[in-house]
Design a protein around this ligand. Structure first.
Ligand code: IVH
Length: 699
């Protein structure tokens, strides 16, 4: 069907008007028409597009939300790296920055563009011929994640560029750099919803923004209101892009209808930088978004070019960070949390207080001795510190303000959850519940640990779900996870069948794992990830590990009597053996090997030299590999018997280098060490496997 001219024009008009009001509403926060009028226009456009499907283009305001959820985010290379900034914390450091800049440029004074430092996530938006074609997170600065579908749902990101200050057509390519964040009001709204839905609240707007932007289902992202602020340009080709000043770049971006910070200014000496910082600190609380400092950039882009970069940060810019925030509040009580291995941890319950961009209601007190050392009493007025994402802590107590009714803390003699005896062993700082896996708190933690990313890596099995499942007696042990059905989950009431299905799929997927992950997931006391890997490498199969005695275990590198005893104790417990057998019976499996122990015990077997192939070989990883994450590469090398260390020395056998390798690459070249790329590593691993003993699968 061909489109009548007047229909086409009508659609164009509606789009232009909707975009203008979008901009006024989402970018300027200054709407000029009632919502109902906007909605009416929007529906009109939708109706037209429904009748004439040729009208639908990807940059139409109706096309923000995609459909299908992704399996994972594709990785993309940034054409121009997204660098980070050096930090300054004190006036002296700022003055030193200014001095260095002037000295390097050989000038008396320098103009600076000053901006707030948004506390969100850096993204790169790509526009081709003025149309939004893709966007990615910063990642490591060189490789980020393609989050295009999610960025399309951010209403203040234009789907196509307004004519703006460009005298002619939009540039063939324009990369816009900026920050995705959640406004404080939207964050509070979201948390109220989370609470009402019995879902976990977000810690602060940045976490909420990150969690929302990194949703595989853009439908979910669309329900979270995210905002975007532009602060720079990455790559550009053709067309007009200001090339003289940072402040002009900001004006240009604003003219294209990108939101920019209202607090951008140009100043001209260190004293003015510091004044700007103080002024911003003064209004910080009233800003609509969280910031964690100010950014100073040499305004002249030619001067910027002359100053250049040191390693990964520009010499022409610096982030002046706010100090960690401290506030005073009241210690209302001390609760006891029961951990996975039964540790009782005292947690301070505080009168809610806003600090460092979040409302803090509790803080860790670590253990009994710590409470004694800080002389903390219930009812005290306490100083709480919160820096970035770190768990808030009690710095000190104001003893002068101690109320008369303040009470000392007493470690309970029994577990507050299951009532079993709580004991503190001689020489230990922690008190433990002796209830073992009869204690629901320990059971929950055991399941959570088993499902965690570095163990069995089961997506969707988090705090709330485990709590509900254990409380409703749907599961008791990690093994019960593999007996779950969609109905049982969906019956919990908080889950639609679809997400229940996703959880079941994730559980199913986790069945294929590695021995190291499995051992780690069991949650044996004193057996962390590294020890689990050592054990897997040494024994190669689970039965040999389970049968080993304390002496045998101490043959494993870095395992001493304490860890050995924990392992023996664990496998001596009938309950634990049952769980392990149930897990195997439900199909949890991994590749087994002869292990090193076996090889040593029977030197006549062919396996010994083969196992020796990578065993003892020392690897160093540098740069970003195209497919393998650093963790994956490490895991593969360790499975093959090799060891991964942090720095290159004469003892290094192989350096595995990816995109943008660091100085380790140069050092390796200098020392004549074999440098492998990812393909080379994979080949090496395959070669060393090929002539190994047959690989058995347990099931
Ligand atoms: S400019 C080459 N300006 O800070 C310099 N960054 O530590 C590129 N950030 O990843 C960054 N507000 O996420 C710049 N006004 C601002 C910023 C800003 C926040 C973040 C950005 C970047 C990090 C650098």
């Amino acid at each position: 069907m061909s489109i009548p001219d007047e229909i086409w024009q009508q659609a164009q008009m509606l789009r232009a008007t909707i975009e203008l009001h979008n901009y006024r509403y989402y970018a300027l926060d200054a709407p000029t028409i009632p919502d109902a009028e906007y909605d009416k226009m929007f529906r009109e456009l939708q109706a037209l597009e429904q009748r004439y499907s040729q009208l639908v283009t990807p940059d139409s305001p109706t096309q923000r939300i995609g459909v299908a959820p992704l399996k994972e985010f594709p990785k993309i290379f940034h054409r121009t790296p997204m660098l980070s900034l050096g930090n300054a914390f004190t006036a002296e450091e700022v003055e030193a920055f200014d001095r260095r800049v002037r000295q390097t440029l050989g000038v008396e004074s320098v103009e600076y563009a000053v901006e707030p430092k948004f506390d969100g996530l850096a993204v790169n938006l790509r526009y081709e011929k003025g149309v939004f074609v893709g966007g990615a997170t910063r990642g490591d600065g060189y490789i980020g994640e393609d989050v295009t579908l999610n960025l399309r749902t951010v209403k203040s990101i234009p789907l196509h560029l307004h004519a703006g200050l460009s005298p002619d057509k939009p540039p063939a390519l324009l990369e816009v750099r900026g920050e995705v964040l959640m406004l404080k009001v939207d964050f509070e709204k979201l948390n109220r919803q989370q609470l009402a839905r019995n879902e976990r609240e977000f810690i602060n707007p940045r976490n909420a923004a990150a969690g929302s932007l990194r949703q595989l289902d853009p439908g979910i992202t669309a329900t979270r209101r995210l905002s975007f602020f532009a602060y720079g340009v990455g790559a550009s080709e053709g067309g007009y892009v200001p090339g003289d000043k940072q402040s002009r770049v900001i004006d240009y971006l604003a003219s294209l209808r990108f939101p920019v910070a209202r607090e951008c200014k140009v100043v001209s000496d260190a004293a003015a930088l510091l004044k700007y910082h103080r002024d911003i600190q003064g209004v910080r609380e009233h800003l609509p978004y969280d910031i964690d400092g100010t950014v100073y950039k040499v305004n002249d882009l030619v001067q910027q070019g002359k100053l250049g970069f040191v390693s990964r940060a520009p010499r022409f810019a610096v982030a002046h960070k706010f100090p960690a925030q401290e506030v005073v509040t009241e210690l209302l009580g001390i609760d006891i949390q029961v951990g996975r291995t039964g540790t009782l941890t005292p947690v301070a319950r505080l009168r809610p207080v806003f600090v460092g961009g979040a409302t803090v209601t509790n803080a860790t007190l670590h253990n009994e001795d710590e409470i004694r050392r800080k002389e903390v009493m219930i009812g005290d007025s306490v100083i709480v510190r919160r820096a970035g994402d770190v768990i808030p802590e009690i710095v000190a107590v104001n003893k002068e303000k101690r109320p008369r009714e303040a009470k000392p803390f007493v470690m309970p003699g029994s577990c507050p959850v299951c009532g079993a005896r709580a004991v503190r062993l001689l020489g230990e700082t922690v008190t433990r519940c002796t209830g073992g896996l009869f204690c629901p708190a320990q059971r929950k933690q055991a399941v959570l640990h088993f499902a965690s990313r570095r163990a069995m890596n089961i997506d969707g099995v988090g705090d709330k779900l485990v709590e509900q499942m254990v409380d409703n007696a749907i599961i008791r042990t990690p093994a019960d996870l593999y007996k779950l059905g969609v109905t049982a989950l969906a019956n919990l009431g908080r889950m639609a069948e679809k997400s229940a299905g996703n959880v079941i799929n994730a559980i199913e997927k986790s069945k294929s794992t590695t021995l190291a992950r499995f051992i780690y997931g069991l949650g044996i006391r004193n057996v962390g990830e590294t020890t689990a890997k050592e054990l897997a490498r040494y024994f190669g199969n689970l039965d040999r590990l389970m049968l080993a005695d304390a002496d045998g275990l101490q043959q494993v590198p870095d395992i001493g009597p304490v860890v050995a005893e924990s392992i023996v104790d664990f496998f001596a417990e009938r309950h634990n053996l049952e769980v392990v057998e149930q897990l195997r019976a439900s199909g949890v499996r991994w590749e087994e090997s002869a292990g090193i122990q076996q090889a040593r015990a029977s030197p006549d077997q062919t396996t010994i030299s083969e196992v020796g192939k990578l065993s003892g070989k020392i690897f160093v990883l540098t740069g970003t590999l195209p497919n393998l994450s650093r963790e994956d590469a490490k895991e593969k090398i360790e499975l093959g018997g090799g060891k991964v260390v942090g720095s290159v020395s004469k003892k290094t056998h192989y350096v595995v280098a990816g995109a943008d390798p660091g100085s380790k690459y140069d050092k390796a070249a200098e020392l004549g060490i074999t440098i492998l790329d990812e393909a080379g590593l994979v080949q090496l691993l395959q070669d060393s496997q090929a002539d190994l003993h047959p690989i058995s699968r347990n099931s």
